[in-house]
Design a protein around this ligand. Structure first.
Ligand code: TRP
Ligand code: SF4
Length: 328
């Protein structure tokens, strides 16, 4: 079986956007590859180093969310980046051979510098983000990395670093391939893409009553002011969220009734809220059950994952030092 690896930064709680994107992708991956899923807590530090106090809480919550979503610690190796210091060693060695220009030209880097204006990101760590990511990927000699569009440049850097290592010290690293996953655009309550930083997210662990309130307060078709105005469902975030939670027949009916000014927005939202709740409750119950059965589950899963990944990482570091002639 080919090896797949992906990491997730623990910078907040998961929301519906993650459910329809990353989580579904991970579940599918788990059946087709030998999977390594890790929590990239050092990567969370690159942007949140001024206030790291919640990273460990988000890490635990993330692992529990993975389990509740059906990621199996038997099938997949689940671990925390900072538990595996070999990653830092490899990142340091990669840092020696990575030209600054590669990092400075990275479009994701430039974009984030522009977008996250409020934070001071002129740091060594932030510039080196893709070097650390290359180490994450190559420490297990991954064959494929599932990525969204925005991560393609990072993966290209991983391949370049692998090539440079191989040409300097001899063939060793594979050039991991991007497995382009589609992340559907899930609208948030204001119609923009659902994102924690836009404050428009409905979280997976949100209280049921809060979900109802958030849905009832969602933006709708701005051209539809009164119920008698015909609506334009295609430009309504409520409608676009229905597509993810409501059965096709009902979605079609709503579409017609909205265009013909038969259904009111409040009723439409009520249907959506109940359907989201129906999707979220089993997830929340599984999460509770898993924790009830074993309050130490997260620690145990992380320990077991580490036990499995450690020998692989050790071996890679040995080989790397060998190739570089460091310990000759
Ligand atoms: N950069 C990824 C993100 O922002 C997280 C990540 C860190 C990652 N290391 C990785 C993803 C290695 C895939 C492989 O989502
Ligand atoms: Fe949107 Fe539903 Fe109102 Fe139509 S009826 S505008 S789909 S909220």
């Amino acid at each position: 079986m080919k090896r797949a690896l992906t990491g997730y930064r623990p910078t907040g709680f998961l929301h519906l956007g993650h459910l329809h994107g990353v989580l579904k992708n991970m579940l599918k991956l788990q059946e087709e590859y030998e999977c390594f899923f890790f929590v990239a807590d050092w990567h969370a530090l690159t942007t949140d180093y001024e206030n790291p106090s919640r990273i460990s809480e988000y890490t635990r919550s993330l692992v529990l969310d993975w389990l509740a979503a059906g990621i199996s610690p038997q099938k997949s190796t689940i671990y925390r980046q900072s538990d595996l210091p070999e990653v830092a060693v490899l990142s340091l060695l990669f840092g020696m051979i990575t030209p600054l220009g590669w990092l400075e030209r990275n479009p994701t880097y430039k974009e984030q510098l522009r977008e996250l204006k409020k934070r001071h990101l002129q740091t060594y760590g932030f510039l080196g983000y893709p070097v650390l990511q290359a180490a994450d990927i190559l420490i297990v000699l991954a064959d494929v990395v599932p990525v969204g569009e925005d991560q393609v440049p990072h993966l290209e850097l991983t391949r370049e670093i692998a090539r440079r290592f191989n040409s300097l010290y001899g063939e060793y690293f594979p050039e991991p391939e991007a497995l382009l996953s589609s992340f559907p655009r899930v609208p948030g309550t204001d119609g923009r893409k659902m994102s924690k930083s836009y404050e428009n997210a409905i979280f997976l662990n949100e209280e049921i009553e809060v979900i109802r309130q958030k849905v009832l307060n969602m933006f709708t078709d701005p051209k539809r002011i009164y119920k008698k105005d015909p609506g334009h469902p295609e430009s309504c975030p409520v409608f676009n969220l229905h597509r993810f939670h409501t059965e096709t027949e009902t979605v079609k009916q709503i579409e017609q009734d909205c265009r013909n000014a038969i259904i009111g927005c409040r009723d439409c939202k009520k249907i959506l809220a109940e359907n989201i709740i129906k999707d979220v409750i089993p997830f929340q119950e599984r999460r509770k059950m898993i924790l009830n059965e074993n309050p130490n589950i997260v620690d145990e899963v992380l320990e077991e994952g580490l036990r499995r990944v450690k020998p692989i990482a050790n071996q890679v570091i040995l080989e790397v030092e060998n190739k570089m002639g460091l310990k000759a």
